[in-house]
Design a binder for this molecule. Sequence first.
Ligand code: GDP
Length: 178
Amino acid sequence: KAEYAFIGRSNVGKSSLINMLTNNKSLAKISVKPGKTQLVNHFIINKEWYLVDLPGYGFAKVAKNTKQRFSKLIFSYIESRTTLINLFVLVDCRHEPQNKDVDFMEWLGVNGIPFSIIFTKADKLSKQKLKDNVIAYEKELLTSWEEMPPYFISSASSGLGKDEILNYIEETNKKISL
Ligand code: GDP
């Protein structure tokens, strides 16, 4: 069964996004405390694919060895998943490119893990500011990549990006099952 995983720094809006995609508020609980989602949750959607909620990285308030333990867990999970078709890396559209995210994408590239980006909380910015921030990200990534990975703009409060992301999952899933 094909697997699509979601990852991002704490508070990026991952639970809200998964809720939006699954249309079920009880599936992924919105965390009040950043870094609360520390278990790997699987959401079975249909017979062909399922969504995986990976723990957030960047636990600002936990000890360093705890951080390392989590990164190890995440990295080995990602590396060992032969059924992982795409990893969605979530970034808050309001922030300029963060080293942590960029380094993580670098690591994904080196390890040949297919990923795409989701810019979250789009409702918090004007169209122009959003565009500027996406361009800033693009610039940052294109220093080491030849092209921008696929990316999506989402808002859990307006539903923006939902159909596009679900279509992308369906389309990539069709390709692999051929
Ligand atoms: P997680 O820690 O990455 O799972 O983030 P959550 O989904 O728990 O969201 C963190 C905070 O951001 C919560 O207060 C959410 O209500 C808020 N949030 C998440 N997505 C959006 C969004 O698309 N728009 C707005 N305005 N707020 C959001």
